[in-house]
Design a protein around this ligand. Structure first.
Ligand SMILES: C[S@@+](CC[C@H](N)C(=O)[O-])C[C@H]1O[C@@H](n2cnc3c(N)ncnc32)[C@H](O)[C@@H]1O
Length: 246
């Protein structure tokens, strides 16, 4: 099987199994809490968003969550916006129909269905048809089918941002997997494996027109089951928030 197909198969197998085993906000999983920078951004933007949506004939806030999974970020964000009386539509896109089905069930459970629009969508083919005030792409860009496809997607996202809109990304780089039993390297496949330096260059060249408002890098380590084996997963996570100038 070509490497790209193996990577896509591993992505699908891993996420379908993970979302079937863990519920949203399970404390012993990475679904336990939303991205810390996202909610801080929403709190900071709330006064502007309230103003934007509170005028006569104004539209609801438009948000896209790419690779939304089961709603780890979209559902807490929707709950926050609802509490703040900020009307919004969050387009939640994911490759897997299982993710979107679960996300819609969780939206109902947490009382925010009117904020959430689930869409089965491959990021590679996402062609925004509206301007977004906020685009979220957390731990999903590395699943684009190639670096060229990722670059083209970033260009489309940059164009789709409304004036003063934000793009929040987190991307996994320098991924390594080792067997728990003997620490040997385990084959692992991701569609677009990237090193931190490559991501820097990619963002600098593709998103040059945007203002960088936050940048954090941190290591991530987790013991998981991968293809029936217990493994240590380690990677570097790069988080960035960009803003379109008014
Ligand atoms: C690590 S999870 C992150 C989910 C969510 N963003 C979060 O932070 O909880 C990656 C998600 O990206 C989705 N995904 C993988 N490849 C994708 C693609 N090509 N297009 C859209 N979604 C994809 C997976 O199904 C999965 O839900």
């Amino acid at each position: 099987m070509p490497i790209g197909d193996q990577a896509r198969a591993e992505t699908i197998r891993y996420h379908e199994s993970y979302y079937s085993q863990h519920s949203l906000f399970d404390q012993d999983s990475w679904l336990k809490a939303p991205d810390q920078y996202l909610l801080a951004l929403a709190e900071g933007q709330a006064p502007l968003w309230r103003k934007l949506t509170g005028q006569a004939n104004s539209r609801p806030l438009k948000i896209a969550d790419l690779g939304a999974g089961v709603g780890r970020n979209a559902i807490p964000l929707a709950r926050f916006l609802k509490e703040q009386s900020i009307p919004a539509q969050i387009d939640c896109l994911d490759l897997l129909s299982l993710s979107i089905d679960k996300l819609e069930q969780y939206a109902e459970k947490y009382g925010v269905s009117e904020y959430i629009k689930g869409i089965v969508q491959d990021n590679d083919d996402f062609q925004p048809t509206t301007e977004y005030d906020l685009i979220i792409a957390i731990s999903t860009l590395e699943h684009c089918s190639s670096k060229a496809s990722l670059q083209a997607l970033l260009q489309r996202l940059e164009k789709a941002l409304a004036p003063q809109g934000h793009l929040i990304v987190e991307i996994t780089t320098d991924r390594q997997v080792r067997a728990v039993e003997d620490n040997s390297a385990v084959d692992t496949f991701v569609e677009t494996p990237l090193e931190k330096g490559e991501v820097e260059v990619l963002f600098q060249t593709t998103l040059a027109s945007l203002e960088l408002v936050l940048e954090e890098n941190f290591p991530y380590r987790e013991q998981i089951e991968l293809n029936g084996r217990q493994v240590f997963w380690s990677s570097c996570q790069t988080s960035k928030i960009f803003k379109k100038r008014a």
